[in-house]
Design a protein around this ligand. Sequence first.
Ligand SMILES: NC(=O)c1ccc[n+]([C@@H]2O[C@H](COP(=O)([O-])OP(=O)(O)OC[C@H]3O[C@@H](n4cnc5c(N)ncnc54)[C@H](O)[C@@H]3O)[C@@H](O)[C@H]2O)c1
Length: 396
Amino acid sequence: MIVGVPRESFPGERRVALVPAVIPNLSKAGLEVVVEAGAGAAAGYPDGDYIAKGAKIVSDRAEVFRAADIVVQILCYGSNDKTGKADVPLFRSGQVLIGFLRPLGSIETIREIAAKGVTSFSVELMPRTTRAQSMDVLSSMGTICGYKAVVLAADTSPRVFPMLTTAGGTITPARVFVIGAGVAGLQAIATARRLGAVASAYDLRPAAKEQVQSLGGRFVELPIEAKDAEDARGYARAQDESFYKRQRELLGKVVAESDVVITAAVIPGKKPPILVTKEMVASMAPGSVIVDLAGERGGNCELTRPGEIAVEHEVTIIGWFNLASTVPYHASQMYARNVTAFLLHLVKGGKLQFDTDDEIIRETMLTRGGEVVNARVREFFSLQPLPAEVKEVAKS
Ligand SMILES: NC(=O)c1ccc[n+]([C@@H]2O[C@H](COP(=O)([O-])OP(=O)(O)OC[C@H]3O[C@@H](n4cnc5c(N)ncnc54)[C@H](O)[C@@H]3O)[C@@H](O)[C@H]2O)c1
C-alpha cells in the first residue's frame, strides 16, 4: 500500500504532511511512502532525509497522486480554497484522502470531492477523546498557534514581558489577556507566563477556569452565564447577540488594562463573535497589541483585517492566518505523528479498514462511494440522514 505526500500548494504554506522520522513506523505496517520532490524543503526536511528513511521521491505531482492508495496532505482541496482545486482531476476513485477538508465550510466543495469517488477523512472531525488524542491534529496546530501568537505579540510590543529589576529601575511585567481558553488560548497563557508576563484569560466554558489556573493564569470571571456553554464534544455553543453584547461590556475594562490581548474564541462552523469592539481598541494604551487567532474566519476584533496587520488608535492588530505554517518544522512533525497514528489505525494487516462502528473512523470519514457520509456534516448542512444501505456500503 502506497502513501503519497504531495508538496503543499497553498500560497506561503511551508509545512509538509509527513516528515522523514515517521517513515520507519509506516514501513513496519507495510506502507510505502512516495513524496513529491521538495515537499519538505521549506519545513527543514530535505529530499535526502526522506530517501534515507526509505521513501521514494517523485518529481511529478500527478505521479504522486497516480501511485498513491492514500494521499496525505495538510491543506487539501476544501481548506485550500486558492490552489486546491487543481488537485481534483488527480484524485481517483477508491483513493483515500486525509487532510484539512474544512467539513463545515462549503458543501459544494465536499460534493466535488465525493463525486471523484474518494474516501476522504477530515482531520478537523477527529473526536476529542483520550483514545484519539495521538491523532488530534487540531490540538497540535492550536498549540503551535497559541505559542506563535505570544511570540509575535512580544516581538511587536514596545515593552518587555518579564518583571526586571535593572540598573535603570524596576520594570513591571506585561499584562497579557487571552479570550477563549481552548488549546491555542491555553498555550498562549503558558507561553506568556514563560516569558514572564502576567497572564489572565476568559472563556465562556466554566471547565476552562481550572485549566487556566493550573497554568498560572488568572481566570477572569464575568457575572454572566452562557446557556448550555458546552456541547457533548466539549466545544462551546454559539450564544445569542444579547449575550455577546453583555460580554463586550464586561470585557471592556480588562481589555483596556491589558498590554496584549490574544483572541481565540471560536465556535466550529460559525462566524466568530466580535468580542473586542473598536471602542475597546481605542481604550487600550498606545503600543498595545492584539493578536486575533480567529482572523481567518473574520476575527474576534472588530478592527481585524483578516490576513493583515492593522494599526488603529496606535494599537497593532495582527490578523494573520495559518500561523502554524510559520513554525513549519515542528508543526509538520506534530502533524506527521498525528496522521501516522491515524494511518496505523486505518490500515490493519496491510488492508484499509473502514469500520464505521469505530468512533474514530466514523466521525472523521467525510466522503465515500460518491456520497457525503458524515452524519454531523449532513446534519450541519440539513441533508437527509443516509439510508441504512448506503451506511453499509461505507463500512465495506
Ligand atoms: N483529548 C481531549 O480530550 C481534548 C483535546 C483537545 C481539546 N479538547 C477539548 O475540546 C474543546 C475544544 O477545544 P479547542 O481548542 O478546539 O477550542 P476551539 O478552538 O473550538 O475554541 C476556542 C475556545 O473559544 C471558546 N469560546 C467560544 N466562544 C467564546 C466566547 N463567546 N467567549 C469566550 N470564549 C469563547 C471556546 O470555549 C474554546 O475554549 C475544549 O473543550 C477542549 O478542552 C479535548
